[in-house]
Design a protein around this ligand. Structure first.
Ligand code: NDP
Length: 446
């Protein structure tokens, strides 16, 4: 399809340094080609030209003072990519690898993910190259306050509602919200993932990981499979990984390996999640400390600087970061007989790795569908907050489950409709895109 190729070539020329954004755009645009034959009006309305260009990019200086009195300058960003179906929504990431390319790819993915939830939320993403690791609470607070002193001008409950992502958890959201409230003098749902005491929702913390397991269960069902008795490898040991592990274990899986950026722990008898929670959620420590704990099973090993995908498993859940699962890793998984891969992280598998999965009939659920439970529950948080109601854990969890089941039904149906049965890359991208495209056409050339 010449239209898509022209747009992609132009995008690569104009954004040649934005490798992650080019990677995401190549995957998405490549898989939505069939839509343009069915909808010639899209090309007539210059839809793709508009779709690939963020509506607004904000970039700013974030100066802050550390505990010793030294001054640091970081870069802050917010990419407001698309508001056709609702206000911008997407997390903030604080990590040294953050740059404009990473945030454009995340915001671009977020447009389609948010569309798939069935809720009225557009796509955005933001963050900073600030590294909260090893910083005191006071330093993190001063950084968050400085960051928000600029960002507050551009966000609002009906404009743009950020949330957490890597490096931004409950502590950071609390500090960011405190500063927003002071500057704007208004107590509204402007950041989701808020503490339960000031408007947060039950299940938000667990939502991405639980949602990942719910959608995977839904996809396993028609294949006559379930998590019960399966060996599962989960990369990462952060928010998404921990709650994916918790839910997987609760439905009978044996989670045998988890990692951080320095190494992985492997235990054929199943990892002890309470130890991982203590290390990561309380002490903010390294996964290598697992072996120092009073581990009743005593059968675990710690492997440093190796790829977690070398561990044999039935189900792989990449929940760490982008491009953590290469073509080589995908081949290892296939060789080891892994039949199911579902992504908790954003774009963890490279495009070459995805090709390996699809060619080898591995059931592959892409992140934009499989990890949408987090943002969906953020939207449930917004609904509770604006109605001044608080739903029970069970009520929010049931809604999350239903949303994830519907996402699976939608991407499966769309993949079939376009003649690509079982290809959930095509299913997710097309199902997410068509809704946004139709809204953009209805709103004219803006
Ligand atoms: P966290 O910061 O809580 O955890 C990230 C985890 O991944 C940490 O254990 C980290 O280890 C590990 N990690 C980072 N880089 C690597 C690497 N190169 N190799 C191996 N492990 C690595 O982040 P989240 O759990 O919140 O997010 C994880 C992913 O899920 C991201 O892609 C995020 O965008 C996505 N996501 C998150 C949502 C949410 O609700 N939180 C919603 C939807 C998607 P270390 O501590 O050593 O850095």
């Amino acid at each position: 399809m010449a239209y898509v190729d022209d747009i992609l070539n132009d995008l690569k020329k104009k954004n040649s340094y934005e490798t992650e954004f080019i990677e995401a755009a190549t995957e998405i645009l490549g898989s939505i080609r069939p839509v343009f034959d069915a909808h010639p009006e899209y090309e007539k309305n210059f839809l793709l030209e508009r779709f690939i260009e963020p509506e607004r990019v904000i970039m700013f200086r974030v100066p802050w003072v550390d505990d010793k009195g030294d001054v640091h300058i970081n870069r802050g960003y917010r990419v407001q990519f698309n508001s056709a179906i609702g206000p911008y929504k997407g997390g903030l990431r604080f990590h040294p690898t953050v740059n404009l390319s990473v945030l454009k790819f995340l915001a671009f993915e977020q447009i389609l993910k948010n569309s798939l939830t069935g809720m009225s939320i557009g796509g955005g993403k933001g963050g900073s190259d600030f590294n909260p690791k090893g910083r005191s609470d006071g330093e993190v607070m001063r950084f968050c306050q400085s960051f928000m002193s600029e960002l507050h001008k551009y966000i609002g409950p009906d404009t743009d509602i950020p949330a957490g992502d890597m490096g931004v958890g409950g502590r950071e959201v609390g500090y960011l919200f405190g500063e927003y409230k002071r500057l704007a003098n208004i107590h509204v749902a402007v950041l989701t993932g808020a503490g339960l005491e000031f408007g947060g929702s039950l299940v938000r913390k667990e939502a991405t990981g639980y949602g990942l397991v719910y959608i995977t269960q839904e996809a396993l069902k028609p294949r006559g499979e379930s998590f019960k008795g399966k060996d599962v490898v989960i990369s990462g040991s952060g928010n998404v990984a921990i709650y994916a592990a918790e839910k997987a274990i609760s439905v009978g899986a044996n989670v045998i390996a988890m990692c951080d950026s320095q190494g992985y722990i492997h235990d054929e008898n199943g990892v002890d999640l309470s130890i991982i929670k203590e290390i990561k959620e309380l002490k903010r420590g390294r996964i290598s400390e697992y072996l120092d704990h009073d581990n009743k099973k005593k059968s675990a090993e710690y492997v440093e600087h190796d790829i977690i995908w070398n561990v044999d498993c039935d189900i792989a859940l990449p929940c760490a970061t982008q491009n953590e699962l290469s073509e080589e890793s995908a081949k290892i998984l296939v060789k080891n007989g892994t039949k199911f891969v579902a992504e908790g992280a954003n774009m963890p598998s490279t495009n070459d790795a995805i090709d390996v999965f699809l060619k080898n009939d591995v059931m592959y659920l892409p992140g934009k569908a499989a990890n949408a439970g987090g943002v969906a529950t953020s939207a449930l948080e917004m609904a509770q907050r604006s109605s001044r109601l608080t739903w029970t854990f069970e009520e929010v969890d049931n809604r999350l489950k239903k949303i994830m089941e519907n996402i699976y039904i939608n991407i499966d149906k769309t993949a079939r409709e376009y003649g690509h049965e079982n290809n959930y890359v095509v299913g997710a991208n097309i199902a997410g895109f068509v809704k946004v495209a139709n809204a953009m056409i209805a709103q004219g050339i803006v």
